[in-house]
Design a protein around this ligand. Structure first.
Ligand code: MG
Length: 368
């Protein structure tokens, strides 16, 4: 059976600042997708969850990527949720819904989207990742390590089905006229891939395919909100779908790189660097409006029906990792605004600091 997985997420309001959406908001979104999507046969199945202040709708259906009806379902569900957010006085109600009227595809309208269409395998395990207080480039390093580095993905040397490696599709997210992409093959072009993926702000992995079968392995969201709104309106918290096992890395190989807690952009006001902490499903944010968090739900899908979600980071091992990542967060926070603790000026150019710099510019003088 040919199936499409679509995950669409947005921040449409949260309690107490940026902590989490309310139960009533989440219930309204669930109810809307159930009534207008599943019961009407538009989608096969769905799962609604939150990571920090973002609410995500994962859907399985037979309508292919970029389907206007499926996108409209998610858009309308977020609008229904926004009504609840406004009624409850939630912070940032509807903040990621940047446009007034739906125009056929939620891409470019605020929400983040990751989609993949494939022929279901007899057993079809996949992972759904959602991050908060960070940006799409946060997935660059974990994806590079899971799909191109045998130091993290043992399957690259142990499994004949992965011996030919993977094709990376990488997007230049600073280009706003359209989708500017490049396709590079691992392992032959490993250094080229690394040269791009080191720059999390500009180059972002959009898709990864198996080179042996051509099958899709990864689809990640690439939206940068400030490129849509023309100003800072929140961080571009990404979502990602990863098929695992068989021709793809094992679940544990994909999870393995998240043990690093690598430093990513985001954190307080989307303006700092902080370590990416793997957290349990439906976690909140806290310290310094962070730290940047990543959650992972594992599923199998069969004939479009999803199993229950299994929480990949709910295991004693990850408790230890969280402690280590907390130490990394404290360490970089000790230096406040200084140097790499806060993002470079070019990444803050849409914020209030621009005004401050203009005023200071006038007071500068060159000593004669
Ligand atoms: Mg968020």
């Amino acid at each position: 059976m040919r199936i499409t997985l679509s995950v669409i997420k947005a921040d449409i309001g949260s309690i107490g600042g940026h902590i989490k959406p309310s139960q009533a908001l989440i219930a309204r979104v669930k109810e809307f997708v159930e009534e207008e999507g599943k019961k009407k046969g538009l989608i096969e199945d769905f799962y609604v969850s939150h990571t920090g202040d973002d609410i995500a709708i994962l859907m399985s259906h037979k309508r292919g990527e970029g389907n206007a009806d499926v996108h409209k379902l998610a858009w309308d569900a977020f609008r229904a949720g926004t009504e609840v957010a406004k009624a409850q006085g939630l912070y940032g109600a509807g903040q990621d819904l940047l446009k007034d009227a739906f125009s056929g595809n939620v891409k470019g309208m605020g929400p983040a989207v990751a989609e993949m269409e494939f022929e279901e395998r007899p057993n079809e395990p996949f992972l759904f990742f959602a991050a908060d207080k960070t940006e799409p480039g946060a997935f660059n390093l974990p994806l590079y390590l899971a799909f191109a580095d045998p130091m993290y993905c043992a399957g690259l040397i142990l499994s004949p089905s992965m011996a030919q490696g993977f094709k990376f599709t990488i997007m230049d997210v600073n280009y706003t006229e359209g989708d500017r992409i490049i396709e590079l093959n691992a392992p032959e072009e490993l250094y080229d891939i690394a040269a791009l993926l080191r720059d999390n702000e500009r180059f972002v992995v959009e898709k990864i395919h198996s080179r042996r079968t051509g099958e899709i392995a990864v689809s990640a969201s690439t939206t940068r909100l400030h490129n849509i709104a023309g100003k800072y309106v929140g961080k571009d918290d990404p979502v990602m779908l990863v098929r695992v096992q068989g021709d793809f890395p094992a679940t544990g190989e994909v999870l393995s790189a998240f043990s690093i807690g690598h430093y990513v952009a985001g954190f307080m006001r989307g303006s700092h660097n902080g370590p990416l902490m793997p957290v349990k499903l439906n976690s909140t944010t806290s310290f310094f409006d962070g730290p940047p968090v990543i959650s992972c739900a594992a599923f199998c899908v069969h004939n479009g029906k999803l199993t229950e979600a299994v929480d990949c980071f709910d295991h004693p091992f990850w408790d230890y990792i969280r402690m280590r990542v907390a130490e990394k967060a404290l360490e970089i926070r000790r230096q406040g605004f200084s140097g790499p603790a806060m993002l470079h000026y070019s990444e803050l150019e849409y914020g209030g600091i621009v005004e401050k710099m203009k005023k200071l510019e006038e007071r500068f003088r060159v000593r004669s």
